[in-house]
Design a protein around this ligand. Structure first.
Ligand SMILES: Cc1cc2nc3c(=O)[nH]c(=O)nc-3n(C[C@H](O)[C@H](O)[C@H](O)COP(=O)(O)OP(=O)(O)OC[C@H]3O[C@@H](n4cnc5c(N)ncnc54)[C@H](O)[C@@H]3O)c2cc1C
Length: 434
């Protein structure tokens, strides 16, 4: 027996498959109002002079919303796209539809937590229940062998204990029906209507990233099941050129178009057919890194955004706006750094190897505040994820979860190992607008 109507607030969980929110709401209620809240003002805010969301990620988000809208429509449900601050818009909507419970994804970022607290408070005044559910990690937080407070400070300790004591939960299936009250269709905006210039596609891009659950599942099908790439992932993952040296799942994971559990079970399916090896395991290993940064942010909260990081030991830095600008524009004069920065600016993506090198260069060679680099990445990356970005930057700046302290990457040495023939540096000598 259902009981009344629930509102689902979609954020970075833009999918139907393996969506615990959706599953819980459908179990407990007999109709659902699916909502996405478009807080355009906040999206345009700046930090350290960089926007919180650049045009490429915005485009990916809009594509993901259109895809979700279509998937819901196939089940006769209209996605409600509403504009404004969540804490103002959502309670109003919940009251309008006589909703008794609002569901949302559990957040870890400071800004997101602040917004959620304001929403919860406004709903509380209306006596509407507020339920947050973890939807984005491989290991469910309730299955970890430690509380959030006791999450180990070293990744290897976390991974070993999680692998030993926790298992990956089964996926939730895509719902077959989503009953809703009578809802009017709403429109997902396009870049033009937001007065944002459409970013130019650069043919040198590793992939044409297209937002949405459908594209995510297609990419997973290709990389994990059809291509055989997975059997060599560990050897190729430090590559720089091409679509298949690594999975390129990050943008879809960040927007929640696919869940890490779906990826996990596809890896298991591949292993069942073709055999497991170090490479098939290594993709899971990287997903555990992703989990780790998320849980670490849950533990240390806003410290991840402070200069001294979770160590509370701010590195000594210099103010040099020109050096920062040269780094941003790929004009440092160090060709390997510049090539990576050119790729990022032209495509919204950079390899993991590249990210480590340019981040180390900013922190150790330029001696700039690491948060400037993290903020620039936040603006530019299509796959920006609050915990993975700020967690990795803090780690590289020596103020995060790294037992070895500051990590220095010798750029010349890195170029010799990872771009021995100079193909990558040749490819990304200039950006598309030069
Ligand atoms: C300074 C810096 C900033 C970063 N910012 C982000 C970010 O904003 N968003 C983001 O998703 N990743 C970030 N990463 C991690 C990593 O670089 C990307 O996840 C990866 O390059 C994406 O490519 P892929 O999907 O092909 O990765 P693959 O090698 O195929 O890995 C599979 C998945 O594992 C996860 N993963 C891999 N490496 C890491 C890692 N070091 N930390 C966390 N998760 C990882 C990602 O979800 C990735 O999609 C950052 C790394 C650094 C060094």
């Amino acid at each position: 027996m259902g009981k009344g109507t629930a509102l689902i607030w979609f954020t970075t969980d833009l999918r139907l498959r393996d969506n615990e929110l959706l599953h819980a709401a459908l179990q407990r209620h007999d109709s659902i109002v699916p909502v996405y809240c478009f807080d355009w003002e906040s999206m345009q805010q700046e930090q350290f002079g960089f926007k919180r969301m650049g045009a490429r990620r915005l485009q990916f988000l809009l594509e993901s919303l259109v895809d979700l809208q279509q998937s819901l429509l196939a089940l006769n449900a209209h996605l409600q796209l509403v504009w404004g601050r969540a804490e103002e818009v959502l309670p109003k909507m919940a009251a309008e539809y006589g909703v008794s419970e609002v569901f949302a994804k559990k957040e870890v970022g400071t800004y997101e937590l602040r917004t959620q607290a304001a929403v919860a408070q406004a709903l509380n005044k209306l006596r509407i229940e507020w339920t947050v559910t973890s939807t984005s990690t491989l290991f469910h937080p309730d299955d970890l062998p430690f509380s959030v407070r006791d999450i180990p400070e070293v990744f290897t300790d976390f991974r070993k204990r999680a692998e030993r004591d926790a298992s990956v939960r089964e996926e939730f299936a895509t719902p077959a029906v989503i009953p809703t009250p009578e809802l009017k269709p709403t429109r997902v905006p396009d870049l033009k209507s937001l007065q944002v210039e459409e970013p130019r596609f650069d043919n040198r891009a590793v992939l044409e990233f297209r937002g949405g659950e459908r594209a995510a599942l297609q990419r997973a099908q290709h990389y994990l099941l059809d291509s055989g790439c997975l059997s060599n992932y560990k050897e190729t993952r430090n590559g720089l050129l091409g679509a298949d040296y690594s999975s390129k799942f990050s943008a879809w994971l960040a927007m929640g178009c696919i869940s890490p559990r779906t990826i996990y079970f596809m890896v298991k399916e591949y292993e069942g057919k073709h055999g497991a090896n170090d490479s098939t395991y290594w993709l899971i290993f990287e997903l555990i890194w992703r989990d780790y940064f998320r849980f670490a942010m849950k533990k240390h909260k806003s410290r991840f955004f402070q200069k001294g990081g979770i160590q509370q030991r701010p590195p000594s830095t210099i103010d040099d706006a020109n050096a920062l600008q040269r780094w941003v524009n790929g004009k440092t004069g160090v060709d390997f750094v510049d090539a990576n920065m050119n790729e990022l600016r032209s495509t919204g993506f950079m390899s993991n190897r590249g990210r480590q090198i340019v981040a180390s260069y900013l922190c150790n060679d330029l001696k700039l505040d690491w948060r400037l680099g993290a903020s620039y990445f936040e603006e530019q990356l299509i796959d920006y994820d609050v915990a993975s970005n700020w967690g990795n930057w803090a780690y590289l700046a020596g103020v995060g979860n790294d037992p070895r302290g500051n990590r220095y990457f010798d750029v010349a040495k890195q170029a010799k190992v990872y771009d021995a023939g100079g193909e990558y540096r040749g490819e990304w000598r200039v950006t598309s607008d030069e």
